[in-house]
Design a binder for this molecule. Structure first.
Ligand SMILES: Nc1ncnc2c1ncn2[C@@H]1O[C@H](COP(=O)(O)OP(=O)(O)O)[C@@H](O)[C@H]1O
Ligand SMILES: [Mg+2]
Length: 255
């Protein structure tokens, strides 16, 4: 299985008082099954827009998204979303939130409950199944949000800065947790982040986007052995390579 982005462009049309915005410019990329890909780029360059197009929440102005060589079907191809702003529903408990996707898919009640309890256990949320999101820590809420998505067994999981609001220690442990889950499932993940360290620690490949209108300026293959040591010379080398690309893009913005 592969996900292919073919010549994706996006222009938000002119509105009454604002000019048209050219966000994405001819994005081409092929992501193989089982790979963890990070997308990094200057703020406002179009990372969220790109994920929204892949998820079918936004239409591209031109170009196509293929899955397994055919146009992606947002009705039948399961695409998982973990977006920072798509928080848990505050009026549902952990258990209810995690069951939601399966409920929408029509999974019978007993099956849904058993699967959710297994995820609650695996995601370190035992004892909190009947609590509401406000009663959980930030890390727990994000684990519940990830569980809610992964329980539907998506072919492709899209994550938009999911750990952006966590403190750095929780963030590091969530990265390790996510890698553990990903290693079990080996499904494709597209992970947007601002954070170069996070991208290097997690990814098989890092796509570096230019400023708007964004195109892919570099595909960096991260070949550091796993489990990774964040401070190892080869991780540092990759980090420098990505930072150099980003510094160049930011310099263009400043001048
Ligand atoms: N629905 C929309 N209508 C008009 N402009 C939009 C819309 N969504 C995003 N944009 C604009 O597109 C640009 C890229 O946004 P976004 O994809 O959120 O960037 P990023 O996630 O890289 O920070 C921004 O200038 C934003 O204002
Ligand atoms: Mg964004």
């Amino acid at each position: 299985m592969a996900l292919e982005l073919i010549g994706l462009s996006k222009i938000f049309p002119k509105q009454d008082s604002s000019a048209a915005i050219h966000v994405l410019n001819d994005i081409h990329c092929r992501v193989k099954e089982g790979t963890f890909v990070s997308i990094i780029g200057p703020s406002g360059c179009g990372k969220t827009t790109l994920l929204r197009i892949i998820a079918g929440l936004e239409k591209p102005s031109s170009g196509r998204v293929l899955l397994d060589g055919r146009i992606i079907n947002h009705e039948t191809d399961r695409i998982g979303l973990v977006f920072q702003q798509y928080a848990l529903f505050p009026w549902f408990t952990t258990l209810q939130n995690i069951q939601l996707g399966m409920e929408i898919m029509g999974v019978p009640k007993k099956e849904r409950f058993e699967a959710a309890m297994a995820y609650i256990h695996r995601f370190g949320l035992s004892g909190f199944e009947n609590r509401y999101p406000r009663e959980l820590s930030g890390g727990m809420q994000q684990r519940a949000a990830i569980a809610r998505t992964l329980i539907t067994e998506p072919k492709v999981t899209l994550m938009d800065e999911p750990f952006g609001s966590l403190d750095s220690q929780t963030r590091n442990s969530m990265q390790e947790f996510l890698l553990g889950i990903w290693r079990e499932k080996k499904e494709m993940v597209l992970f947007v982040t601002h954070n170069v360290d996070e991208a290097v620690f997690l990814s098989d490949k890092i796509l570096v986007l230019s400023r708007r209108p964004a195109k892919i300026v570099k595909e960096v293959n991260v070949e550091c052995v796993r489990p990774r040591d964040r401070t190892s010379p080869d991780c540092n080398w990759v980090r420098k390579e990505v930072l150099n690309c980003l510094a160049y893009e930011n310099k263009i913005i400043m001048t």
